[in-house]
Design a protein around this ligand. Structure first.
Ligand SMILES: [Fe+2]
Length: 304
């Protein structure tokens, strides 16, 4: 690509995504109360099974009333690490994180890294208690029980409490929470956990902000303080985002093939699925799936 075209291409990729994705004027009018901010702390990128890149989510957040987002790819940290390495000198609105799959493939633990970044991640399927010990070893890490699973989350919390390994927070407002939100909120109070809202968005930036965390202040430090003081709250907002069923089907295939992404033939299929799915969301055709570098080896990558 010649330099002029490359600049044009880059400008298109960097332009606010609100011009390319469905607009949400009602939700954007409903900002947080004075002195408070909204954060969406659970979002996936092409680094795992999401259809968007970090820049897509970040641009959409900037064009709406979202102050912060957290990138929490499944068992993968390289994508958001690269983003932070590239934006080290500028204030940005992206909090690095990860969603760890603990043993049994049924326990997902979100870990946010407001201070130090991890040197390595536990392998998928690591026992839950080991995951919690790993998270607690990272300076400033915030541990979240994400989208509590029906029939399991109460047992998980009891076990974690007995082991002295309770998370800092629990998602109370998230897709498919439905009638369970009040019970999860009561449990959050019983176990003294911060209450969070998050979309677990995979498809399009227009999904951002339906479920959010409201916190006093506006910065990452304010968010961390609010989580530690248990003053956050989950909120459901009138953000509507309807996508063709084909997007969900394509994204599902894209996700199912994730464990095999290192195989060249599978990587090629995933790239085509990604392109097709993004086209159906109205996203710019710029979301090329690039080969991912291996996770940093133990000892690499000092904390920020
Ligand atoms: Fe997730």
């Amino acid at each position: 690509m010649n330099p002029a075209n490359e600049r044009s291409h880059e400008a298109q990729r960097s332009s606010p995504s609100s011009q390319s994705f469905p607009s949400r004027p009602l939700a954007d009018l409903l900002g947080p109360p004075p002195g408070e901010s909204y954060a969406d702390l659970h979002v996936h990128t092409t680094g795992s099974d999401g259809l968007c890149e970090v820049r897509d989510w970040s641009s959409q957040a900037r064009s709406t009333s979202l102050q912060l987002i957290a990138i929490t790819d499944h068992d993968h940290f390289g994508t958001v690490r690269r983003w932070h390495d590239a934006h080290r000198d500028v204030a940005d609105n992206v909090l690095p994180g990860v969603e760890i799959t603990a043993r049994g493939q049924i326990v997902h633990i979100g870990v946010l890294f407001p201070r130090a970044l991890p040197r390595e991640l536990p392998a998928p399927g690591t026992p839950l208690f080991d995951v919690m010990h790993w998270a607690r070893s990272i300076d400033g890490a915030i541990v979240v029980l994400v989208h509590p699973l029906p029939g399991l989350w109460r047992i998980q919390l009891r076990r974690l409490q007995r082991a002295g390994l309770l998370p800092d927070a629990i998602e109370t407002h998230f897709p498919l929470a439905f009638w369970r939100t009040p019970a999860i909120e009561r449990a959050a109070e019983r176990y003294h956990l911060a209450k969070l809202g998050a979309t677990d968005a995979h498809m399009t930036p227009a999904q951002l902000g339906r479920y959010v965390t409201c916190f006093p202040g506006h910065s990452v430090d304010h968010l961390v303080k609010a989580i530690h003081e248990r003053t956050t709250r989950g909120v459901t907002r009138p953000v509507a985002c309807r996508l063709p069923l084909s997007v969900y089907a394509l994204q599902s295939l894209f996700a199912w093939l994730l464990p095999y992404r290192d195989r060249p033939s599978i990587a090629s299929i995933r790239a085509r699925l990604l392109t097709a799915a993004r086209a159906r969301t109205g996203a710019p055709p710029a979301g090329t799936l690039v080969p991912l570098p291996p996770q940093p080896a133990p000892g690499d990558g000092a904390g920020r």
